[in-house]
Design a protein around this ligand. Structure first.
Ligand SMILES: N[C@@H](CCC(=O)N[C@@H](CS)C(=O)NCC(=O)O)C(=O)O
Length: 199
């Protein structure tokens, strides 16, 4: 059975929970203890040398990193909708996976880490600047299209969704971004959608 090693309040973990649910895949949740730093234990480091959740196991296959896990699940179980084979579509989806790992992580995710969890060392000016630029780009895209990468929902939407939906926990006001808020509602209406605390 698929196992997901996760933190309950992790948006990166939630990308995977959401994808598993959208695909209707049963799985076993393995909650990793942040308090005891279980993610830095020898056993966990053997699965992910970066010592981070999420990690997914599927039989003998071990996949670390939320974007990589989405690619694995979509290509193994999801079919062409979630992970297209057309080169231009694949490139468009991949571009947004990169955005999820870069601007989304350094923008709204960083602001949430600071304001919700008290994480030290976050450069608030930079995280705010990245967040505003990202939301502006998303607002333009979603004014003209229903989904972030393609004309149908894809793993690009799943990768970007959690930290945008959780952005108010980082004191980001989404009221100036109506197209983004409409897209959040479209995501929440997908069959199999699941939320998490804070959304
Ligand atoms: N690029 C990774 C980032 C994963 C990540 O930052 N995970 C956080 C939780 S959301 C974590 O495990 N933090 C603990 C640590 O870095 O020590 C992904 O997308 O999965």
């Amino acid at each position: 059975m698929i196992q997901l090693y996760e933190f309950p309040l992790s948006g990166n973990s939630h990308k995977v929970r959401l994808m598993l649910s959208l695909l209707g895949l049963p799985y076993q949740s393995v909650v990793v203890s942040g308090a005891t730093r279980e993610h830095k234990s020898r056993d966990f480091i053997a699965m992910n040398p970066f010592g981070q959740v999420p990690v997914l196991t599927d039989g003998d296959t071990v996949v670390r990193d939320s974007q990589a896990i989405l690619v694995y699940l979509a290509s193994r179980y999801g079919g062409a909708q979630w992970w297209p084979q057309d080169p231009a579509a694949l490139a468009a989806v991949s571009a947004w996976l990169s955005t999820a790992a870069n601007e989304v992580a350094r923008g709204p995710n960083a602001l949430r880490l600071h304001h919700k969890f008290g994480r030290a060392g976050i450069a608030l000016d930079e995280a705010t600047r990245i967040t505003e630029a990202l939301l502006g780009i998303l607002e333009t895209r979603l004014t003209e299209h229903d989904w972030v990468a393609l004309e149908i929902p894809s793993i690009a939407d799943v990768a970007v969704y959690p930290y945008i939906a959780l952005a108010p926990e980082g004191r980001v006001d989404l009221s100036a971004y109506p197209a983004v808020r409409n897209w959040l509602a479209r995501m929440q209406a997908l069959p199999g959608y699941v939320g998490m605390p804070g959304i």
